[in-house]
Design a protein around this ligand. Sequence first.
Ligand SMILES: [Zn+2]
Length: 79
Amino acid sequence: MLKTLLLTSCLVFFSSFQEKELPNTAVQSQVYICKSTSAKRYHLKKSCRGLNACTHDIIAVSLAKARNTYSRTLCKWED
Ligand SMILES: [Zn+2]
């Protein structure tokens, strides 16, 4: 009886542990880029300090577009 109880609580603990340990697989599809020709990065947050220096328009684009169309790499402040 005690063994069953322990096993059950162990399983409950394990499954909640697993849930917590799962990486955040929700891939952010929208990123922000500075529409400057000299900018080479994309940003996950519009408030990123890497965007503070941007004097051009900041636009939201899809991650794929930022990487492929604009050839941007992830901002060094966010990796
Ligand atoms: Zn950034």
